[in-house]
Design a protein around this ligand. Structure first.
Ligand code: GAR
Length: 203
């Protein structure tokens, strides 16, 4: 069984969706570690409630991004992590981190990439006035929100949508799409060819 580490900064609803999927036996993987860069993130509470190993790692304790990432990589290697899942982890990971987990880091993003990269995907899409937005699950590479896309699904934006109402639908879709992508990943059904992720369908 593959060992997963889930890195979060905030509410952790995607973490919860992954926990639920593992608990139901739909996602056959082991959540070996939950890590947060924020001491008060609710993700840590969720991890504790689920009986998972969790750790708060403060970036303030390190002089720069790379030394923090070196510490994270060490922690992840100790736990024999196969895949690193970013779930609302609001930090840019360094090239050092990416090199150590090449094509083994996955992220979820609340827009149809490459549109609306960054930390405000939902609000940026709404303010731009798009009629359709969505969710992307992708491999992480050196480009910000720019790695090969595993799954994407769209959502219609309504005329009277606010950031709150749109967020509800985006998150609902995220909670479906992330576990779905992870199932494909741990089953070994994903191959990266140039920028494309080829998905082997189960017979
Ligand atoms: C999610 O919407 C995720 O897509 C987004 O942060 C939220 C975390 O929610 N990530 C990014 O914007 C990354 N650029 P959660 O803590 O409830 O899972």
């Amino acid at each position: 069984m593959k060992n997963l580490a889930i890195l979060c900064s905030g509410f952790g609803s995607n973490l919860q969706a992954i926990i639920n999927s593992v608990k139901k036996g739909k996602l056959k993987a082991n959540i070996a570690l939950v890590l947060s860069d924020k001491v008060d993130s609710y993700a840590l509470v969720r991890a504790k409630k689920a009986g998972l190993l969790f750790v708060f790692a403060s970036p303030d304790a390190f002089p720069d991004r790379e030394s923090y990432d070196k510490y994270l990589v060490k922690k992840l290697k100790v736990s024999k992590i196969d895949y690193v899942l970013l779930a609302g982890f609001m930090r840019i990971v360094s090239p050092y981190f990416i090199d150590n987990f090449k094509n083994k880091i996955i992220n979820i993003h609340p827009s149809l990439l490459p549109a609306f990269k960054g930390t405000k995907g939902i609000v940026d899409a709404l303010n731009y006035g798009v009629k359709v937005t969505g969710v992307s699950v992708h491999f992480v590479n050196e480009q910000l929100d720019g790695g090969p896309i595993i799954l994407q699904e769209s959502i219609k934006v309504k005329d009277d949508d606010t950031a709150e109402t749109l967020s509800v639908r985006v998150h609902k879709l995220e909670h479906k799409l992330y576990p779905q992508a992870l199932k494909l990943l741990v089953a070994g059904n994903l191959t990266i060819k140039n920028r494309k992720v080829l998905i082997k369908t189960e017979k």
